[in-house]
Design a protein around this ligand. Structure first.
Ligand code: HEM
Length: 140
């Protein structure tokens, strides 16, 4: 089980690297009005999303479900776990919204401002804090 938990934390940490960095790229991309600069951001966003963010999301969620099967008897009826899974659902929605935004930028059809993306960038920070308190402290 500890090997699975180590894999889980590896996936979670890599996933959050992308969840923190991609919205930051969107902030600067939304402020860019030169085409070469915009093309460079498109390449960085696409590589980050496809090579790092999505594979590590699959590792984090896959190993999480594996951990769930190993600890179901102990935690299956715990409120902290169901709240955590609801927050993970929110993170998956955030991830997919990043994918949609990335495609909009690629088609030069982004309508959101850099100010929107600065607020958008803060959401994973709050979700990470809440998940860590739930899964480490297990308050209820
Ligand atoms: C569908 C997705 C996920 C499932 C089903 C899941 C499930 C689990 C389970 C069952 C454990 C073992 C709990 C224990 O032994 O104490 C665990 C540990 C952990 N999970 Fe997840 N998890 C998921 C996603 C995440 C995400 C997105 C984070 C991001 C912060 C996260 C952070 C952690 C941490 C830090 C631990 C270690 C807790 C400890 O050892 O005290 N998990 N997860």
């Amino acid at each position: 089980m500890l090997w699975v938990k180590a894999l889980h934390l590896f996936g979670v940490i890599c996933w959050f690297a992308g969840l923190f960095y991609l919205p930051r790229l969107f902030v600067y991309h939304a402020m860019t009005d030169d085409q070469p600069g915009s093309e460079r951001f498109k390449l960085m966003e696409r590589k980050l999303y496809r090579v790092i963010m999505t594979p590590s999301a699959v590792i984090a969620v896959g190993s999480g479900v594996w951990l769930l099967t190993l600890t179901w008897r102990a935690y299956g009826s715990s409120l902290w776990l169901w709240l955590k899974l609801a927050l993970v659902g929110l993170l998956i929605g955030f991830h997919l919204y990043c994918g949609r935004t990335l495609r909009r930028f690629a088609a030069d059809q982004n309508l959101s401002s850099d100010r929107f993306f600065r607020w958008f960038n803060e959401m994973p920070v709050l979700v990470l804090l809440a998940i860590l308190v739930l899964v480490v402290v297990k308050p209820f």
